[in-house]
Write a protein that binds this ligand. Structure first.
Ligand code: ADP
Ligand code: MG
Length: 559
């Protein structure tokens, strides 16, 4: 039987390509710049293998030239260029990636720097342009060719003049570019901001003529406009630099430049992992809570880069909810991207990275708690509640990760203590970790239920946050010590005298208790003589798992 090839309706395919792959039109610039960067990389790789070629990094660049009058945007690169055949096959065949082929043909070993792989990015230019012209001269060739297309109708190729090796791409920008509020794709500041956003860490300079104004010579009030060529991108990402080259200020600048927050970060974590999965990350723990932190509007996530090219602004999967306050970025060479480079194809790598990052944040917080209590408490005042929510909301899955990071007020010294501190100073005869819930420390101090425990000299944790008791119920115990509300019926405190007294009181005032019970019939389950009260005449206690405080909160919750 004869095997037939699939036919593709290339016009339709092209339309789909242009209009449905990408969710943001502005990424056309990212795609074209990435191609230019790949083209320069290819000269670099060629030079590695060929002694007759030299690669002097300074002579390679990418240039972006907007021309408002003619409504064109031109991208110039000094890369490897394309021959006539290459223009035809690479730009004339949808999903043909010359870059992917280059990697295998040239056995580029550490070729993970080369970005291209799908053979579709180039066509994103048609999202913003009616016409695209590519003028290219390949390395080692005397001839240059002009490739031209208006999109779905096909393309033309003709010989032309070009002095130097490289490629020039001229986009005739459509009239009605949307997102007008940001300015269109011929506005200097718009272009600059797109380059900064996606292509800041392309390793070659991206140059642009930039106009600014300055004081006129000899004048102190008159300004004049002038323009000069600037390199718009930072080129070397801070996360690829060696930690020893960087100081605190560099990280703070990065935090501000990236607008992760308007405060000063409390702490940064710089991670470089070179194992089964390779990635770099810079994470920040902010000092202050963002104003919308505990609202629905707050979006957690880290910036995700693939090889220095931004692919996602807020990758939520990289952070567990209990660390949603962490800001920063991750860059990895090992992500398998989908065709739009906007989402990931398999999230295995991502999961690995996320797990790794979570561990790192935890150990970082732990050492902060150990080494700088004051800073940790600043952090805890901002985000402690989120950690407690974390313990509560995942049914104990993250118990291990989070329990050591919790702090509570305590009857001892009236300051925040960790569970570890509490347990380590428990007297031997103390069986439980005691806690009392209430609106404020003062009010808890006055609770009759705390008396017996306090008199025994046992420390009591003061739960003033609604979530506290719920979180503790999830933990159940810490280092084999169970939590016990001071309001619960059995406090586990041996008190012989009290017991006898209570028993005799029980029989002596039997009738009184019976009539009290009758009067309070629908309010209490039982009335008993207490063995725990010292100076207070009466207190409420509970038998079950739900304490009075919890009940109040549950009742107040909307159904
Ligand atoms: P990809 O970059 O994923 O390979 P593209 O559609 O972006 O796909 O580009 C297709 C191919 O066209 C590239 O693989 C490359 O071979 C070639 N190409 C595109 N732009 C340039 C350029 N500026 N210089 C040299 N070759 C280029
Ligand atoms: Mg590309």
């Amino acid at each position: 039987m004869e095997k037939k090839q699939f036919q593709a309706e290339s016009k339709r395919l092209m339309e789909m390509m242009v209009n449905s792959i990408y969710s943001h039109k502005e990424i056309f610039l990212r795609e074209l710049i990435s191609n230019a960067s790949d083209a320069i990389d290819k000269i670099y790789y060629k030079a590695l293998a060929d002694d007759s070629l030299t690669f002097n990094k300074d002579s390679y660049y990418i240039k972006v030239v907007p021309d408002k009058e003619n409504r064109t945007l031109t991208l110039i690169d000094t890369g490897i260029g394309m021959t006539k055949e290459e223009l035809e096959s690479n730009l004339g065949t949808i999903a043909r990636s010359g870059s992917l082929a280059f990697k295998s043909e040239n056995e580029v070993k550490n070729g993970h720097d080369i970005i291209g792989q799908f053979g579709v990015g180039f066509y994103s230019a048609f999202m913003v342009a009616d016409q695209v012209t590519v003028i290219s001269r390949a390395l080692g060739s005397e001839e240059a060719y002009r490739w031209e297309s208006e999109g779905t109708d096909g393309y033309t190729i003709a010989p032309c003049e070009k002095e130097t090796v490289g490629t020039e791409i001229i986009l005739k920008i459509k009239d009605n570019t949307e997102e007008e509020q940001y300015g269109d794709y011929l506005e200097e500041y718009r272009l600059k901001s797109i380059i900064k956003k996606y292509s800041d860490f392309i390793r070659y300079p991206i140059k642009m003529e930039v106009t600014s104004s300055r004081l006129k010579d000899g004048s102190d009030s008159e300004f004049e406009e002038f323009s000069e060529e600037q390199t718009v991108n930072s080129m070397v990402p801070i996360w690829r630099k060696n930690k020893s080259e960087l100081n605190e200020e560099d990280y703070v600048n990065f935090y501000n430049e990236k607008r992760y927050g308007f405060d000063k970060p409390l702490k940064h974590v710089h991670i470089s992992v070179d194992g089964t999965i390779r990635y770099n990350a810079i994470l920040f723990i902010p000092e202050n809570m963002p104003f919308d932190y505990y609202s629905k509007e707050y979006e957690k996530g880290l910036e995700l880069y693939s090889n220095g090219v931004l692919i996602m602004e807020k990758c939520a999967d990289l952070l567990p909810d209990h660390f949603s306050f962490v800001k920063g970025m991750v860059d990895s060479e090992d992500l398998s991207l989908n065709i739009s480079r906007e989402i990931l194809q398999h999230d295995r790598q991502l999961k690995l990275i996320a797990k790794n990052i979570s561990k790192k944040i935890k150990s970082e917080l732990q050492s902060l708690l150990k080494d700088d209590r004051e800073e940790y408490e600043t952090f805890y005042n901002s985000f402690g509640r989120q950690l407690k929510y974390g313990v509560y909301s995942d049914f104990g899955v993250n118990k291990e990760a989070l329990q050591d990071l919790l702090l509570f007020h305590s009857s001892k010294e009236k300051k925040l203590v960790s569970l570890d501190e509490y347990v380590s100073r428990m007297p031997e005869e103390q069986k439980y970790i005691y806690y009392a819930s209430g609106d404020s420390i003062d009010r808890i101090d006055k609770l009759p239920q705390t008396e017996l425990v306090a008199e025994k000299g046992f420390e009591i944790l003061y739960f003033t946050d609604e979530i506290d008791e719920f979180a503790i119920k999830m933990l159940m115990s810490y280092k084999d010590k169970e939590f016990k509300s001071v309001a619960s019926g059995d406090l586990g405190i041996e008190d012989g005298d009290g017991k006898e007294e209570a028993e005799s009181a029980e029989s002596e005032y039997k009738d009184l208790f019976a009539s009290m019970k009758e009067i309070l019939a629908d309010k209490v389950k039982d009335v008993r003589a207490s063995k725990r009260l010292k100076s207070h005449p009466v207190c409420l206690s509970t038998d079950g798992e739900i304490t009075i405080e919890m009940e109040k909160i549950l009742k107040a919750m909307p159904n």
